[in-house]
Write a protein that binds this ligand. Structure first.
Ligand SMILES: [Fe+2]
Length: 342
């Protein structure tokens, strides 16, 4: 349990663990001149960074949108709010083999893969659950705690959502995260946290309402100022030109007019005026962050890669069908560095 207890000691406080090394000290005021030296290669589920900002190998297995749906009698009073999602992912088809499977089998397989690959971290950026079912939460915690690999989590729009329950979306998120999901955060702030592992800072921001708060923007700004190489993990991917409103964080068309499923999901309609100014500011600052190595998200249930201002965003296929990402960050070899330099 050594590695996991290590992770539990870090988080929003970030005290001292690897926080001393500033990779881009001179670039904080020269953002436009930043050149990330290195390469990113992808094949199937593998995403490999070979990067000058990486000191030592870091291996992350990422699973998003597992949509676990186990339920028991504790869920009976809530069935009117969970019935639709309870039937949504009972049986799935494996993303590679096409064979019938289910979310529990898929998450167990993914955890097994993380163990086999000796991963440093399991990253879970949201929709681990189809609703905040106590039975499903207990099951997932048991599976994750059974292996000696730290995990980090940020919520997705379904994790805390009971369809049709009255209330403002931000309040419902806060209520159900606090009532049910807190164990996944290792004592850190569910809305924003930073985890340092092997010289890389992994930043989680909860954008599961599609919007960013002032506190989250300020927090992200602090992480950029740290100068450490950053990986950003969020549930809902950021907008990129040509992408639909599902890429909804910072999407200029996001708003009431483009919200086609609010009645189906029985939730408040997206705001008439679209995103807040803070959300757009967050968008700009993310894609101008000189030390951001990449963004990892889910929500779309379809794999994609966007490249905005030279910063890659990877959207993972859904773990409900067994998909995952095998992310490796590796130092850039001297010979490659020589090859890439003028
Ligand atoms: Fe999802």
């Amino acid at each position: 349990m050594e590695r996991r207890s290590f992770l539990k000691t870090i988080g929003t406080g970030i005290a001292g663990i690897g926080a001393g090394s500033s990779i881009y000290p001179s670039l904080k005021t020269e953002k436009s001149n930043l050149v990330h030296q290195g390469a990113i290669t992808t094949r199937d589920t593998d995403i490999s960074y070979y990067h000058s900002a990486v000191d030592q190998p870091l291996k992350i297995i990422l699973a998003t949108d597992t949509h676990l749906w186990r339920n028991d009698e504790r869920g009976d009073p809530y069935r009117q709010y969970s019935d639709r999602m309870a039937a949504a992912y009972n049986q799935t088809r494996h993303f590679q083999t096409g064979e019938l499977t289910n979310p529990e089998e898929c998450l167990e397989n993914t955890i097994r893969i993380a163990v086999e690959k000796d991963a440093d971290l399991i990253a879970l950026p949201g929709d681990l659950f189809s609703w905040p079912s106590e039975a499903a939460i207990e099951w997932a915690l048991e599976k994750l705690e059974a292996v000696d690999i730290p995990y980090i989590y940020t919520s997705g729009n379904h994790d805390w959502h009971y369809e049709g329950m009255e209330g403002a979306i931000e309040e419902l998120r806060e209520t159900w995260i606090n009532k049910r999901l807190l164990p996944f955060y290792h004592g850190n702030d569910p809305m924003m946290a930073a985890y340092d592992l092997k010289g890389i800072r992994i930043v989680t921001i909860d954008d599961s309402t599609y919007q960013i708060s002032d506190d989250q923007l300020a927090f992200f700004r602090d992480q950029v100022k740290s100068g450490m190489p950053l990986i950003l993990m969020m549930h809902i991917p950021l907008y990129a030109p040509g992408r639909p409103v599902g890429f909804g964080c910072g999407h200029p068309d996001w708003g009431a007019a483009t919200d086609r499923i609010y009645e189906l999901e029985r939730r408040p309609r997206w705001p008439v005026d679209g995103h807040s100014r803070t959300t757009f500011n967050f968008y700009r600052e993310v894609f101008n962050a000189p030390n951001l190595l990449g963004i990892f998200a889910g929500h779309i249930h379809r794999p994609s890669m966007e490249y905005v201002n030279g910063i890659p965003q990877f959207v993972a296929d859904d773990n409900a069908s067994g998909a995952y990402l095998n992310i490796s960050l590796m130092p850039l070899a001297d010979r490659d560095s020589d090859l890439m330099r003028i």
